[in-house]
Design a protein around this ligand. Structure first.
Ligand code: ZN
Ligand code: ZN
Length: 448
């Protein structure tokens, strides 16, 4: 028996990284997310619940891996598409491991057969469950299993150990995968300029002391147009945000991605340090209550009853605030505003207000909504300021990580330009996998 790695996606894209490691009939798959693809916008799970999995396969939104989808989900006409073998007929013992809860890493786990175990860290699971409670779960409910960092999960002869790394989401993890003949590391998404660089440092020290056959590393920031010198650090958000809020004697507004719990904490701190009251939208307030002990904030009541059910789940210690309350003295508030609720700004006195954009949707000019956001803020006379900080390591940090781990083979992925990752050590072997390519550590066979 020999270990094999097979690559199913995410090789020249950001996200949709899916690889399969087998040893005999034991098999693990990591991660199981979606790549944003304009061709997939027609997927409407409510309208076509019965054919959800088959639809996703036909659109190439999920890979046709044998033995992971249920017979029932594969029922229906597939025309020229060859259906994968149903889970019920597979001889493999399979488990799926999710490194973190960004959609590009977990957005398709609801297509998997109920018989397939899905593992994620306890922090990820807590977030997964909380997201379901605020209506941001996946289309189909799927049970998951939480694991502690450092806890080894045995799938037959394959063992998987999640090890904490710093990324811009709670619960992020790298995976150390050991089989009888190979040691493989999947870095997951990580960075060294975040709120907790020590997580990534400790992971690195641990990995550098091992004999790693293959290191799968993310290379998001390797693009021809990026410059490390321009990379903002997580700590800049608080420092710059404080200064900007002090310079504006109107309402402070911020837009973030609320799966980044530490970022919510940063804005609560920023409000406290500038004498403003932080006001959160109900779904974010729910997450802050779940994850941040003793957090102090108020909850925005936006007139519509959209989030009333979520607001009701919050304990009474959080006061609610209306636009009328804020308009009495806008400079006393730091209000969260997500783009899909930007119409709420119409109810507010926006004189001298400032909008702090910290990686909330829409992320950048590649999204048509970004132009709308800028146009609306302009119309409202709101000063826009970007406080975006990347969740992905700078190029020099990725090269440093590779050089310290010195794997036998480096496998770059999760990058539009993996070939731009040029290891510091010219002797470092690099393998650029192709879709459905197989890599075998023991014989150093690479079939693409
Ligand atoms: Zn990612
Ligand atoms: Zn990520």
């Amino acid at each position: 028996m020999k270990t094999t790695i097979k690559f199913w996606g995410g090789l020249r894209t950001i996200g949709g990284n899916i690889a399969e490691i087998t040893y005999g009939k034991d098999r693990i798959i990591f991660d199981f997310g979606l790549v944003y693809d304009p061709a997939n916008v027609i997927i409407d799970t409510q309208q076509r619940k019965q054919s959800y999995v088959l639809d996703m396969l036909k659109l190439d939104a999920i890979p046709a891996i044998d033995g992971i989808y249920s017979k029932e989900a594969l029922t229906g006409t597939s025309f020229s598409m060859k259906k994968p073998q149903p889970e019920e007929e597979s001889a493999y013992q399979t488990a799926v491991f999710i490194s973190h809860l960004h959609l590009d890493h977990m957005g398709a786990i609801d297509t998997l057969s109920p018989q397939i175990s899905i593992y994620m860290t306890k922090g990820s699971k807590q977030l997964y469950d909380a997201l379901e409670n605020i209506g941001e779960g996946l289309s189909v409910h799927k049970e998951t299993i939480g694991m502690s960092y450092g806890e080894t999960i045995q799938i037959g002869e394959i063992s998987v150990t999640p090890i904490q790394v710093d990324h811009d989401i709670v619960g992020a993890s790298s995976f150390l995968i050991e089989t009888p003949d190979a040691t493989i590391v999947n870095s997951g998404d990580l960075r060294m300029h975040g709120a907790n660089p020590e997580y990534t440092e400790d992971w690195l020290t641990n990995m550098a002391a091992r004999n790693i056959d293959a290191l799968l590393i993310e290379g998001t920031t390797f693009r021809p147009d990026t410059n490390d010198a321009e990379t903002a650090e997580e700590s800049d958000i608080l420092v710059n945000g404080k200064t900007l809020l002090r310079e504006h004697n109107g309402l402070g507004i911020f837009n973030l991605y609320h799966r980044n719990i530490e970022r919510i904490h940063t804005f609560l701190q920023m409000a406290a340090l500038t004498g403003r009251t932080p006001v959160l939208e109900a779904p974010t307030a729910y997450l802050a209550h779940q994850f941040l002990a003793d957090a102090k904030f108020e909850v925005f009541l936006d007139g519509s009853s959209k989030h009333a059910d979520i607001a009701e789940q919050l304990p009474p210690q959080y006061d609610s605030v209306t636009a009328a309350d804020i308009n009495q003295d806008p400079a006393k508030y730091l209000l969260q505003n997500s783009f899909h609720l930007i119409h709420n700004l119409l109810d507010l006195d926006l004189k001298n207000s400032i909008y702090l954009h910290a990686n909330g949707m829409p992320l950048g000019s590649f999204d048509p909504a970004y132009t709308s956001m800028q146009a609306l803020l302009n119309r409202f006379g709101v000063t826009y300021h970007s406080l975006n900080v990347s969740g992905h390591a700078k190029k020099e940090d990725i090269l440093y990580i590779i050089d310290r781990i010195k794997p036998h083979v480096l496998i770059p992925w999760h990058s539009h330009h993996p070939e731009l990752i040029k290891p510091l050590d010219p002797k470092q072997e690099v393998h650029y996998p192709k879709k459905l390519g197989i890599w075998q550590p023991t014989t150093a066979i690479m079939t693409d």
